[in-house]
Design a protein around this ligand. Sequence first.
Ligand code: ARG
Length: 602
Amino acid sequence: AAPALAPGAAPGLDLEDVGIGSVRQQVVNLVREALATTVPDVEDIEPQVAVCGNPKNGDYQCNNAMGIWSKIKGKNTSFKNPNAIGQALAGSLPRSSLTDSVSVAGPGFVNIKLSDRWIEKKLHQLLSHGVGEWAPALSYKRVVVDFSSPNIAKEMHVGHLRSTIIGDSLCRMLEYCGVEVLRRNHVGDWGTQFGMLIEYLFEEFPNWEEIGDQAVGDLQDFYKKAKIKFDVDAAFKEKAQKAVVLLQGGNPQYRAAWAKICDVSRKSFDQVYKRLKVTLEEKGESAYNEYIPGVVEELKGKGLVEDSEGAKVIKVSGQTIPLILVKSDGGFNYASTDMTAMWYRLNEEKAEVMVYVTDVGQSQHFDMVFKAAKRAGWLPEDESQLPRARHVGFGLVLGADGKRFRTRSTEVVRLVDLLDEAKDRSKQGLVERGREGEWSAEELEEAAEALGYGAIKYADLKNNRLTNYTFNFDQMLDIRGNTAVYLLYAHARICSIIRKSEKNVEELKKTGQMKLQHPSERALGLQLIRFGEFVEDAASDLLPNVLCEYLYTLSGMFTDFYTNCKVVGSEEETSRLLLCEATAVIMRECFKLLGIEPLYRL
Ligand code: ARG
């Protein structure tokens, strides 16, 4: 429900008719009514609304006429051509304060120009009620996002960093759209490697229960040593294999050792999440283990399970290999767990959409899991229907040499080291700008973190996620490029313009009025009110780069406005300060959805 109008919001401005949702959705609603009046007998027509290809023609256009024409031509209709349908649609578009003018072009494109007054009101709506009323409505209410998901006892690597950054941003966008998001960390905590790790712990640290975390120490190192022993010592290997059976059978001592190892891992993952301000709920592979046998039975009952070289498999179309549900030794694997996790998410968690964020290398795995789920009737064949599963794949992180990103020692890169470096370099930059003397140590730290971590996040999010991306500190920290640093500076500059005016914006919001006069003011205002539909596109296509592009364009439009229009000390000062404030508000909302902390001065 829309909150009541803020008391005293913009004098004489009745915000009653500005409506809620994204602007495009508001235009769609008008077009839907026009379609119902113009062609009541034509079924299955969804409003087709896009931004005008040529801004001279208007702001939005309705493209339905041609499609309708191909459905009705030759039948009993009074329309002579698509243009006539366009004319009729334009004529029956409900009168609304939203539209300034409506025109028809070519084969029935209906061009709609938004009224300047309405854009101004939308901006006042933002300034007095916040951005919540612009949130687009999505067709689903509950989503599981499976992201980050590192493996226990192995270092979290840059691939997991990408998954964490992309996944978190998608969650934030969905949450803004009013979706209930279950943020799931599907950690790899249940592989056969645990036999070896536990046995190694018992042998090397008989007192492991007393010395706790120290026994495991650096987990990666611990893992390596256990692996060496496993490879060279046959007796140890045999013990390790038996340990897997004991662990999976629920032996209390083995369970306790497993829990200890997981705990140490968790603490190191949490360091990364804490720095990046990412929240996640761990529900690792082990959580689904008890449900696997039941799910295998269900799938057998549906006649989907076949024998193949001793393994139990499900065949799926378009793949040369089947999905292995039970291994030939009777054990379960990654796929058994993912089938079961999906069953759990659908039945226990009532998810309508399930999103999996991993590198594109796992596309085949997810393709098979999703197809098996369709064969089981868990998911509909028609992907426009719910429930729905989506694999959000992303490319590799490359180093300057164009190869998989590694440090000099060819070891995998430690994430905390990367974060430290981004922060240190940012701090260095601030010191060079003389901020050390002006700011407290705490402020300097905060700004360095916002810049450094923001830079890493934005560099990752701004690319189409499917492409590989090159990790480059100089590029991502460049104040002149399409970077978080540039955008954070742009935001801080707007805040400083407002400060310089020495006006109280909170007062202005209540008493002042916005007037969009100059073309660059209108262009900026229009871009601002379109925030909701960019989030809508980014969230429905699961592409955070769409929002990054929006933000970067917005920043450019602000520059145009500021170059063309004098703000402080001008006759239009009040209106223009409000436009500055609206821009700053929307930039902050973008930062929020991208997981970046805003800075108010730099
Ligand atoms: N642990 C896996 C990896 O590091 C990613 C898990 C992704 N989620 C899933 N449900 N399979 O590659």
